[in-house]
Design a protein around this ligand. Sequence first.
Ligand code: PLP
Length: 426
Amino acid sequence: MEQRSQELFERAKRRIPGGVNSPVRAFQAVGRTPRFIASAHGDRILDVDQNEYIDYVCSWGPGILGHAYPRVIEKVQEACAQGLTFGAPTEKEVVLAELIAELMPSMQVSRLVNSGTEAVMSAIRAARGFTGRDKIIKFKGCYHGHSDGLLVKAGSAALTTSVPDSAGVPADFTKHTLVASYNDTESVKKLFEAYPQEIAAVIVEPVAANMGVVLPAQGFLSFLRDITRQYGALLIFDEVITGFRLGLGGAQAYYDIQPDLTTLGKIVGGGMPIGAYGGRSDIMQMISPVGPVYQAGTLSGNPIATTAGIETLNILKADPQIYTRLAEKSAQIAQAVKAAAGNRVTVNRIGSLMSIFFTKQPVTDYESAVSADTKQYAAFFGYLLDHGIYTAPSQFEAMFLSDAHTAQDLAKTCEVMTQYFRTFKE
Ligand code: PLP
């Protein structure tokens, strides 16, 4: 039953573009009605028609502890009673910056913003200000938020020209965005050879999770570290998804590579809107008011988001075994899928991030990711939804696990997925 969701969706479409405040929520790619959510606790979300689902979206990553984690909620409620925002410094901002520096030592100095998009925009501005260079390299299939200069997937034409992905972005705004192929060192070398003195930074999702989950090939990240140093460019890790998810130290600790700048979002706000960027203190000294790179925000570092972030990070810090548990949980699902589906799908997994691609070929970059059959994914998604399991409504997103996923719910998930692959014919 989805009557109330359907009614709300119709109402929403009259007043909100596509009925949603972020496109993927519209379920367009899977041809179903989006569920309007009433509440969520632990690993379960409840929609307005009283359907309950085991949730593997986890608000697209922040929900590593599960929904409505009691200590986080309690502390946020206490903070709310003290005032929502002051537009003036607070102790909590200092505590969160210190915690970030402790858990992610490359982030000696950081600035809080309100979203991952803002974090990336600002980090790139810092990199350009610091190097005095304009161009950046990004990778096809990596998502870094919706700012103009980063909405570039690739020009079919060339490594050296870029066309915006979105209407409303002047081509002039993306002319400094160069696009390389993920896991393809040659494509990066060529760009540096073409613009040896002009590239300010390479920005990368150290584990790509926005074309589905795609792992970095062995040596790829260290190659990026080396080539950026060689050419005097900065290396920016976009850890909006991987930060505090692959481990307390994020992907940079996992792979033991130190970027110059890092961007964070999602978990660092414990479910409240937040982003952060930071890194080497000599670079961060470029930021206003100490330096010439301007960046500001009315609600930046607000006491509610910082409270949720601090509590979440402290809980993770006190219980690092959480990462082992998370990895075991996603491994359990991956194994069940592989056992049932055989080579009909490709499962990419790292820690608590996973994607089931409906393709037989290994998925290592954008081209292999988009070889996946999105119709088959949509059918799989619909079957899961109808059996009480809520996964990403798009083939090209990650499946997120939380510490709240219970053994019982994992077993149910494995059973439903196994059942699906037993009946699913190519
Ligand atoms: N960077 C990465 C790697 C992301 O996955 C996202 C969002 O999913 C962003 C940046 C943008 O973050 P936000 O949606 O908070 O603006």
